[in-house]
Design a protein. Structure first.
Length: 351
């Protein structure tokens, strides 16, 4: 983690600045320079929360105290005392978030683990198509110089990468361990990664020129609630862009949604092998008949993306337009749409 990220980070509960105790540093190699970064450290909030920075990434979920207890036992001498005080004050919400977020962390951590580091395609697009689509969704030219962006649910980190290449400083936020791969592969020093829950974003509110979230908030327990939370990060005059699933009136799709009622309760690893030996060969055969090709990884990512997440909602564009208007956004428009979903952008009005 670069020290400059501290300027944007805040306690996800109190919204106040954090203090830091650094354990060690290391040198991270970017394409144009080497930067001395914080490798391991602990962030402290006045509210009593404490969050580890492990291998260069701040881990800022409320439940970090439970997930990273081994790290704290090693590096925080009064860990047990602090943990007791924190649990006394916030035990209810910490254990609730732990239970709620665990399936999401696992399913997406596994799903993105299937992506090869030199992947040439994502969501059926090659890299330049993916990049073009991103700028269409953002409704921005390919230059983002001087802008501060946050990529909520950045997953593999490709969108963060393209925004940074266009000149923006980008914070990539995701709850799953995909963030570790995204950070490791990152060659652009303008990108910072944070492992966090978008419903408790550990960053300063009303700060970002661009808040971008593609295919993410419909994977939370309440899409509209998540929308309301992430829109708080946009500064006056800034933009919010979200991509969301929409309902598909097809028997096959509705059968898959029905199957989800069961599959979302099965471990993602078991689902992988189940689909690998059943749906994958059938689908490959179907593609061959049509003269098409897709790598097994691409197919499995698609399958897991629809069948494994615990939450997956679909929304009508006109409902989402209302959310924008309700939160005082203007210039709301659909920038991209296909059978599966749509992206929608709006500009935050001044006071
Ligand atoms: C379908 S992927 C989309 C990834 C990327 N934005 C893209 O367009 O390819 C959804 C991502 O949202 C993340 N996610 C889901 N719920 C989250 C939450 N509450 N907080 C942070 N990230 C979350 C998942 O870990 C996953 O990486």
């Amino acid at each position: 983690m670069q020290s400059s990220l501290l300027d944007y980070l805040r306690c996800p509960v109190s919204g106040k600045r954090l203090t830091i105790e650094v354990i060690d540093y290391y040198e991270k190699q970017y394409s144009s320079k080497t930067i001395k970064e914080i490798k391991n450290a602990i962030l402290f909030s006045e509210a009593g929360f404490f969050f580890p920075i492990i291998n260069g990434i701040p881990r800022m979920q409320l439940e970090s105290v439970l997930i990273f207890s081994d790290f704290f036992k090693k590096y925080l001498p009064d860990f047990e005392k602090r943990k007791k005080a924190l649990i006394e004050k916030y035990g209810g919400i910490i254990s609730e978030r732990y239970k709620m977020n665990k399936p999401t962390r696992k399913s997406f951590g596994f799903e993105w683990g299937l992506l090869k580091s030199n992947e040439t395609k994502i969501w059926h697009n090659n890299m330049s198509e993916f990049e073009n689509e991103l700028f269409t969704e953002l409704d921005e030219p390919n230059s983002l110089h001087g802008l501060l962006a946050i990529d909520i649910g950045c997953g593999h980190g490709y969108s963060s990468h393209f925004m940074a290449n266009a000149g923006a400083i980008v914070v990539g936020l995701d709850m799953s361990l995909s963030i570790e791969v995204a950070y490791k592969e990152c060659k652009n020093e303008k990108i910072h990664f944070v492992q966090a829950d978008l419903q408790f974003p550990p960053v300063q509110h009303h700060l970002f020129d661009i808040v971008y979230s593609s295919g993410v908030i419909h994977h939370t327990n309440n899409t509209e609630l998540s929308f309301g939370i992430i829109q708080e990060l946009v500064k006056t005059g800034g933009k919010l862009t979200v991509w969301l699933y929409q309902p598909i009136p097809s028997l096959l799709h509705n059968t898959i949604l029905f199957a989800r009622k069961f599959t979302r309760h099965i471990s993602v690893r078991l689902q992988f092998w189940l689909y690998f030996f059943t749906i994958l060969p059938i689908y490959k055969f179907y593609l061959a008949l049509k003269g098409k090709k897709m790598s097994w990884r691409e197919i499995m990512i698609d399958l897991l993306d629809i069948l494994s997440p615990f939450y997956r909602y679909e929304h009508q564009p006109q409902d989402v337009e209302c959310w924008f208007v309700k939160h005082d956004y203007s210039d709301v428009k659909i920038t991209n749409s296909n059978l599966f979903g749509f992206s929608i952008v709006g500009k935050k009005k001044g006071f």
